[in-house]
Design a protein around this ligand. Structure first.
Ligand code: Q9C
Ligand code: ZN
Length: 360
């Protein structure tokens, strides 16, 4: 339902890379391997409440009404794009109220790649609800798993789920869209899990979650949303010299209670399969295992692929099963949620590679 016709890449008009074909490519691959994957299209609607736990009310109202207002104001039908972004060097007290959609488009968006079309809100809403449905299912398969864990050895076969959603979410902040993202699917599902009153650890505490973000780009949205809390632990591996440019350094470690629970690992463009797996395994040993989480939620981007048209380390299709296998070795019930990845021809194989590597 979310189908912008174009975006800008280095100033040039180009097709919209975050396209509906991405979903088709991945779905076709999963459906053609019924021995490995069981596909279901069912999802539940959890309403506004879990979305409001992560995103601000005025931002949600904006997303829901923007396109209609935009058209009424004479905006181009391709969709809503910002005119003036209230940069901190520009904004002055006393003139902070955006009256029309053209003004709001800058207030609630940080770049030119999150185009709001007629059904963008509906599409982002469904992506969030699908991710929530998967989170609820994660609880169920997690409980089943716990019941069967009698000795340490059974920890070697953790259960997993994958939410095939778009638009993606990890760039969306509490009141900003950007980077093809509108609602932060992973953050919404994570907060929902933490909020479930009947869901407790054996020691009576809340369930603990690790968000592992393996998209090529830094998840500035997820980082912002959980920056001041110790649950979840947010860990991201991403390019040290690419979009979104101004977040993702190692010195961003969280604040207050959240200090030490935000871990960024920027990697060079020349990162290979071996480099990536080595970096991931180190993060797992040094940060994920000691955190003693109950669930892992993976922001799964495959724009780390060597032939990705807008991004790309040197990761190959042979690298993805190794990455999935490293995640399997954490030994926890895991929910994978689709983020980026734009090499359509290889999307199915690459996503499938991560998932099959996890299955072992
Ligand atoms: N030169 C995700 O992968 N445009 N978002 C970048 C690069 C925006 C990526 C231009 C890229 C957003 C979810
Ligand atoms: Zn990305």
């Amino acid at each position: 339902m979310h189908t912008p016709q174009y975006e800008f890449l280095s100033g040039a008009e180009t097709h919209y890379f975050e396209s509906p074909e991405r979903r088709e490519a991945i779905l076709n691959f999963l459906r053609s391997h019924p021995d490995m994957f069981e596909v279901t299209e069912y999802f539940e609607d959890f309403g506004y409440q879990p979305i409001k736990r992560v995103h601000k009310k005025d931002f949600l109202e904006y997303l829901e009404t923007a396109y209609e207002e935009w058209i009424a104001e004479g905006g181009h039908p391709n969709g809503v794009l910002p005119a003036t972004i209230p940069h901190h060097k520009l904004a002055r007290l006393g003139r902070l109220k955006a009256s029309n959609c053209l003004a709001k488009s800058g207030q609630y968006c940080f770049d030119l790649s999150a185009v709001i079309t007629k059904n963008t809100f509906k599409s982002a809403w469904n992506a969030a609800q699908i991710t929530l449905t998967a989170a609820k299912e994660l609880v169920r398969i997690g409980e089943e798993y716990e019941m069967n864990v009698t000795d340490g050895s059974s920890r070697e076969n953790p259960p997993g789920l994958y939410a095939l959603v778009r638009p993606p979410g990890h760039h969306a902040q509490s009141d900003l869209c950007g980077g093809y993202c509108f609602l932060n699917n992973v953050a919404i599902a994570t907060q929902w899990l933490i909020d479930q009153p009947e869901l407790k650890r054996k020691d009576g505490g809340l369930k603990k979650i690790v968000i592992l973000d393996i998209d090529f780009h830094h998840g500035n949205g997820t980082q912002e949303i959980f920056y001041t809390t110790s649950n979840p632990l947010y860990i991201s591996l991403h390019s040290d010299d690419d979009y979104p440019y101004f977040t993702g350094s190692e010195i961003e470690r969280g604040e207050g209670e959240g200090l030490g629970f935000n871990i960024n690992l920027p990697l060079p463009k020349a990162t290979t399969d071996d480099d990536y797996v080595e970096a991931l395994e180190k993060l797992i040993q040094e940060h994920i295992i000691p955190y003693k989480a109950d669930y892992v939620i993976v922001s799964l981007g495959v724009d780390t692929f060597k032939d990705d048209p807008i991004a790309g380390f040197l990761v190959t299709s042979e690298g993805y099963p190794r990455i999935g296998n490293a995640i399997r070795k954490i030994g926890l019930p895991t929910l994978f949620v689709q983020e980026g990845g734009y090499c359509i021809e290889m999307l199915g194989i690459n996503v499938g590679g991560i998932l099959s590597g996890f299955l072992g």
